[in-house]
Design a protein around this ligand. Structure first.
Ligand code: HEM
Length: 204
């Protein structure tokens, strides 16, 4: 029988990771639009963006590991990467798995950005827009807390922030939105890539 604190850890890291993923997206758009935050120089916004994404990746690792070791939910290590193969709630967990898979593909192609055709890289980057909603619906359907009370308030605030950030990324005035949106995602995901590398290193 797994101790209850593992379950609490899984829930807490899931919620905080979603909040930080949202914040990373918002900061990525601030960076992409070359805006500043009050009291911070532009490089400070970039650093904040990277550090928040690092924290989010670390929490996601804890979230997934705690889900696998929690014997109550029966999620195999394979189900972490292979969508819809979890014995426990295959559909909701599968959406989380899809989000992680997308994240891995986006991070890897961002790391190889200089070596693959720009159009291919950009095409893959469009799929980033599916990442946040997948994680969001996963949280709503798999989670204990997210569907009601204060946690639902947090979820709705995140949805609002992610929606506004995405709309801003696509509707700016300075350049063609088709060029700008992938640039914001590139900034966000390459920061996540750096974060994930450190997360993997620290979890060895
Ligand atoms: C392989 C990938 C994943 C697995 C196996 C997984 C597993 C789980 C499980 C078992 C729960 C239910 C916890 C409970 O009983 O309340 C859960 C909830 C949750 N997960 Fe994931 N998850 C994955 C990916 C993600 C991702 C990418 C995010 C994005 C940040 C995320 C965010 C959340 C949130 C916000 C909750 C709701 C917590 C609550 O309501 O208490 N998960 N996840």
């Amino acid at each position: 029988m797994t101790p209850t604190w593992i379950w609490y850890l899984n829930r807490a890291t899931g919620i905080v990771a979603l909040v930080l993923m949202t914040l990373t997206l918002v900061l990525g758009v601030v960076v992409q639009r070359q805006r500043r935050l009050p009291g911070l120089p532009r490089f400070g916004v970039v650093t904040l963006h990277r550090n928040v994404s690092l924290l989010s990746a670390l929490l996601l690792v804890v979230h997934i590991v705690s889900a696998v070791i929690d014997s109550y939910v029966s999620i195999s290590p394979l189900a972490v990467l292979l969508p819809f193969t979890s014995a426990w709630r295959p559909l909701p967990v599968g959406l989380g798995t899809l989000a992680v898979d997308l994240l891995v593909v986006i991070v890897v192609t961002s790391l190889l950005r200089g070596r693959i055709p720009v159009r291919l890289w950009r095409g893959i980057h469009w799929t980033s827009y599916a990442l946040w909603p997948l994680a969001f619906v996963h949280g709503l359907t798999a989670g204990t807390d997210l569907g009601s009370g204060w946690a639902l308030g947090i979820a709705l605030a995140c949805a609002g922030a992610a929606g506004v950030a995405t709309a801003l990324a696509w509707t700016g005035r300075d350049t063609n939105p088709a060029d700008r949106a992938p640039a914001a995602l590139a900034e966000t995901t390459s920061a996540l890539a750096r974060g994930a590398r450190v997360a993997v290193f620290r979890n060895r």
